[in-house]
Design a protein around this ligand. Sequence first.
Ligand SMILES: C[S@@+](CC[C@H](N)C(=O)[O-])C[C@H]1O[C@@H](n2cnc3c(N)ncnc32)[C@H](O)[C@@H]1O
Length: 194
Amino acid sequence: MNRKDKYYKKAKKQNYRSRASFKLIEIQNKFNIINKNSYVIEFGSSPGGWTQVIKQFTDMPIISVDLNAMPPIDNVLFIQGDILNYNIGKPIRETMAKNDIESIDVFLSDAMVRTSGIAERDSYESYTICEQIMVLSEEFLKRGGNVLLKQFQGEMTNEFLNKWKDKFQFYKITKPHASRKESREIYIILKGKK
Ligand SMILES: C[S@@+](CC[C@H](N)C(=O)[O-])C[C@H]1O[C@@H](n2cnc3c(N)ncnc32)[C@H](O)[C@@H]1O
């Protein structure tokens, strides 16, 4: 596969850290998930392509979480940690308290383990990450808040949607142009937490 496709080149040219930036730009322009006053938490942030985009849409500090380190970005509170660790709520809670953040307006996730190529496995791993993020959203996401999650489509996708969509006013599945056609990745949008 040619990794150096048009989005890769565009990212280089515009100084984005990854081609993934264009997926978020496209989704944000269409669905207006983040606004200038939004406190955003982002999961699977490294190397920071989405973080750069989030900064363009909000003036508030951003909390970013990843297993891997990330070169610092101004006004970004980075937590190096595992979303699947049952204790991940603790550093999030502490970071919020230290920075006087009472609750979060927007949950974003582009997190995904290295894909195995085995569709069922990739989709199950992705489902597990999304479930854990939604559990965290029950504690930290404020009423009226929005969620955007990457998920590898599979058997569990419907179950996931059936479980969570009624807790929000609006839901939609989207696949931005910058997402490779052959990839099973989709983006799930949940807006307006009830
Ligand atoms: C596709 S990359 C994200 C790219 C990023 N959104 C950007 O625009 O630069 C997926 C990220 O998810 C992270 N990730 C995967 N599983 C994770 C987990 N359990 N906890 C935290 N981060 C995880 C990986 O370390 C990787 O950096």
